[in-house]
Design a protein around this ligand. Structure first.
Ligand code: GTP
Ligand code: MG
Length: 294
């Protein structure tokens, strides 16, 4: 595995996340269920390590989102792995409405079961309150909008779109709380940070496209991902990032003045192709003891 530890960490943890994290602690006492969205492509790296300690006995479910960008067999293996650890997990492509149906009913049921277990005798007369949490750009607001026919939450392909908590009432006695995406104060390895950047959860300007493209290429090599290399101008998996970007620049006609290959633009194009799903479905993490499936 290529070593990226020589690059400094960005340490991105802006004020609005600190504030949102504090608010989340306060609001948790008001909610009946916490739903954490994680990224199906990297379920461990996209979990907030601090969230569990804040829950205080509140029921909790993970939703592995963006499954359309992950390898289905790996996502299934993750589902089995988390379930074996006693965690509740649901696989989701939150842009597809059919997959979302039934989700709130499941959540309601979990809340009712939890209340029954804790000896609640009276039925809940107020709406069930559900907090949707997770890292930036993971799809929280997209999911909330699918559950609410009027698309109330603002969404966008960059981190930090939602800046404030927003309660959204659904039919059937459910209130959803859309929250701003938050990271945690200390991400300790550059690899972890680059992975979050690739998933789109780090502010775009913080990581040079050339470095992010190199990280992506090194992951494609590590995972032996079945990329259609000829589409990117290489006959097979290139042996260096330079070769990869030069071939891509040549293929796409990305030139600077004087006919020099524009590898900077090629880096941006490679990242975009990946994020648009054009390099195929790639899972960056596999459950421990699961053999690679490529
Ligand atoms: N491929 C794919 N894209 C998705 C999915 N869900 C959401 N997206 C896209 O991810 C981007 C971010 O979605 P948002 O719903 O704004 O994410 P968020 O978690 O609310 O982000 P913040 O408000 O910044 O924390 C958008 O471009 C969505 O279209 C999914 O299941 N698959
Ligand atoms: Mg949002």
């Amino acid at each position: 595995m290529q070593d990226f530890s020589q690059y400094p960490l960005t340490g991105w943890y802006p004020g609005h996340m600190l504030k949102a994290g504090k608010e989340m602690r306060g609001i948790l006492s008001l909610v009946d269920l916490v739903v954490e969205l994680i990224d199906a492509r990297a379920p461990l790296s996209s979990r907030n390590p601090n969230l569990r300690s804040m829950l205080e006995q509140r029921p909790f479910i993970m939703v592995a989102n963006k499954t359309d960008l992950a390898q289905p067999a790996v996502s299934k293996a993750w589902e089995a792995w988390f379930t074996a650890q006693g965690e509740r997990i649901f696989l989701l492509d939150s842009r597809r409405i059919a997959n979302v149906r039934g989700l709130t009913e499941l959540w309601r049921r979990i809340v009712m079961e939890h209340r029954a277990l804790r000896g609640a005798v009276r039925p809940l007369v107020r709406p069930v309150r559900i907090m949707i949490a997770g890292i930036p750009n993971i799809g929280k607001s997209t999911l909330v909008n699918h559950l609410h026919e009027k698309n109330k939450a603002q969404v966008g392909p960059k981190p930090g779109v939602t800046r404030q908590n927003q309660w959204i009432s659904l039919e059937g006695g459910v209130e959803l709380l859309d929250t701003p995406g938050i990271l945690w104060p200390r991400i300790t390895t550059k690899r972890h940070e680059l992975l979050l950047a690739l998933l789109g959860s780090l502010k775009e300007e913080l990581v040079e496209p050339s470095l992010l493209a190199e990280f992506l290429w090194s992951e494609l090599v590590r995972l032996k991902a079945p990329v259609n290399w000829p589409d990117l101008g290489s006959s097979s998996c290139p042996t260096s990032i330079t070769e990869c970007l030069e071939n891509l620049a040549r293929r796409r006609g990305l030139l600077r003045s004087g006919g020099v290959l524009d590898v900077e633009r090629a880096a941006i194009a490679l990242i975009k192709d990946y994020r648009d799903g054009k390099l195929g479905r790639i899972s960056f993490e596999r459950p421990p003891s699961t053999p690679p499936t490529f």
